[in-house]
Design a protein around this ligand. Structure first.
Ligand code: NAP
Length: 319
């Protein structure tokens, strides 16, 4: 089969398309013919060597895939050959075939394409865990999704709307703002416009927001504290540097600043999250947004694109 192989950590070009031997499933494992692989920012951090996770070289990147079950090992009961599925937390998803434990393989509802299936793993679990696991958000609350046009943000807008929250969402381009409006955000703000957060009191009768899902904490954290309601919660999902904050703002509001890393979730917690996502995916309440499809051989281009401004949902690779 063809797969992206990384022989040394470094710039995007270290990812090369190679012919490698086909993997075979052992007991309890499933082989998926990959039709689409999700590109997550974390894939770029691992490839560049800046992540705490250091892969054993050579390795094939990619944790999120969707496709068709092509072989099953002994004792597999969750899926069978020919099933359309997505899988999360796999190793080596940027490939024509991937083998993974049956526990991380989930049937794909008819409404969801394989490209959309590859956009579920990290983004939807991240958004769900931030909103409900960490922030304990509930229907009737107001959430600011600070960076809503990308993989995690679009998922968060859909999940929050499906569960009865009011959504204020931000993007940095006209196309991004249009997209988050189409996804159901009641208010869309451009995070590059001066003073954009000053509109939030007007949207919330002066209360502020109950929850912030923050995609770029090093830029926004101190300002998030300004727009938070009493007892508000900020969940740090994305961060690319250091930031100075005024802790008094947190003190006076009984505010909570919460870190969240989806990879800290146990296998049981992740399985529970995907089980909870399933009815909403099946009902068409969650429809992953695909911004760009690239051939597997252009993995290097996808790693450049995923870090560029102007996100519009998810980037996927097509083997
Ligand atoms: P993505 O698809 O590349 O989207 C990035 C988002 O950040 C876009 O919506 C972008 O908006 C927005 N952004 C850019 N400048 C911003 C600003 N000044 N303020 C607020 N938002 C801004 O990436 P993703 O997959 O959604 O991931 C988002 C971040 O979360 C990344 O840093 C990623 O590494 C991290 N992440 C963390 C976890 C975790 O477990 N904690 C899991 C997944 C991802 P425009 O492009 O429209 O400007």
């Amino acid at each position: 089969m063809k797969a992206i192989v990384v022989r040394e950590l470094g710039p995007p070009e270290v990812m090369q398309l190679e012919e490698v031997s086909d993997p075979f499933p052992g007991d309890g494992e499933v082989r998926i013919r990959v039709r689409a692989a999700g590109v997550n920012p974390v894939d770029t951090y691992i490839r560049a060597g800046t992540s705490a996770t250091k892969p054993k070289l050579p390795y094939t990147p990619g944790g999120d895939v969707a496709g068709v079950v092509d072989l099953v090992g002994g004792g597999v009961t969750r899926v069978k050959k020919g099933d359309r599925v997505y899988a999360y937390s796999v190793a080596g998803g940027y490939a024509e075939l991937v083998v993974c434990p049956q526990a991380v393989v989930v049937p794909l509802p008819d409404l969801i394409s394989v490209q959309q299936g590859a956009a579920i793993g990290v983004p939807y679990a991240t958004a769900w865990r931030a909103l409900f696991g960490r922030a304990q958000a509930h229907a009737g609350e107001v959430v600011l999704i600070h960076g809503a046009s990308g993989g995690v943000g679009t998922a968060a807008v859909q999940i929050a709307r499906a569960h009865g929250l009011t959504v204020i969402a931000t993007a940095g381009t006209a196309a991004g703002l249009r997209l988050i409006g189409e996804l159901g955000a009641q208010h869309a703000l451009n995070h590059h416009e001066a003073g954009y957060l000053q509109q939030i009191p007007g949207f919330t009768s002066g209360r502020g927001v109950d929850v912030v899902l923050e995609m770029l904490a090093n830029v926004n954290l101190d300002h998030d504290l300004d727009v938070l309601a009493q007892r508000g919660r900020i969940v740090i999902i994305g961060n690319r540097g250091r930031v100075e904050i005024d802790p008094r703002k947190a003190m006076t509001k009984d505010a909570a600043i919460l870190g969240m890393l989806v990879f800290n979730a146990s296998p049981e917690e992740l399985r529970d999250i995907h089980e909870r996502l399933a009815p909403d995916l099946k009902a068409g309440l969650l429809t992953p947004v695909i911004g760009k499809e690239l051939p597997l051989g252009e993995a290097a281009k996808s790693h450049v694109a995923v870090l560029e401004p102007g996100a519009l949902g998810k980037i996927v690779l097509i083997p």
